[in-house]
Design a protein around this ligand. Sequence first.
Ligand SMILES: N[C@@H](CCC(=O)N[C@@H](CS)C(=O)NCC(=O)O)C(=O)O
Length: 192
Amino acid sequence: MMTIYGDVVSGNCLKVQYVADLLHIPYRWQHVDVVGGGARASDFKALNPAGQVPAIVFPDGRVLSQSNAIMRYLAQDSPLIPEDPWLYAKMDEWLFWEQYSHETAIAVLRFRMKFQNQKIGERDPLLVKKGEKALGLMEVHLVKQGWFVGDVLSLADVALYAYTQFAPEAGFELDAYPAIGAWLERVSGRII
Ligand SMILES: N[C@@H](CCC(=O)N[C@@H](CS)C(=O)NCC(=O)O)C(=O)O
């Protein structure tokens, strides 16, 4: 059985948990205390030199990190990855966008507010702008279609759900994004 090293406070770790649960892949969960610096401890860095969770370890000792790489590996040949090459590429488009334009703003602001007691008025304005831009782009897309790729739940939805669900903890009012609100409910109905 594989072991997921992670912390449920981390959206990146939740992505891996959601996919494993959705696909009924058995796993052992090994808690790593992210806020307490557990991912930087030398025993964990011996597994993942990047010092970040999530990471998964297979029974034969192979280790894989990076949430989206893990999701793609676990979900291969499953309905969470489109068979059509174009839709597959569009899914990847969202996954790469999520890592650079979405996760880096919303997750960072949330971490500072939730775990480092940063107040809403102290948020980095550039990150606020980046987060608003990301949510705005998602809203425009979701007004037109119910899921990010094609007409079914895919890894693009799982990846984007992970931190969008926590956007209010990063100081973003989701009332301003009704299509995102409806999509969050649709996704949570499938993965929780
Ligand atoms: N791009 C990576 C980001 C991983 C990441 O930033 N992990 C955070 C938790 S969400 C972490 O382990 N931080 C530990 C630290 O900075 O000490 C992924 O998607 O897995």
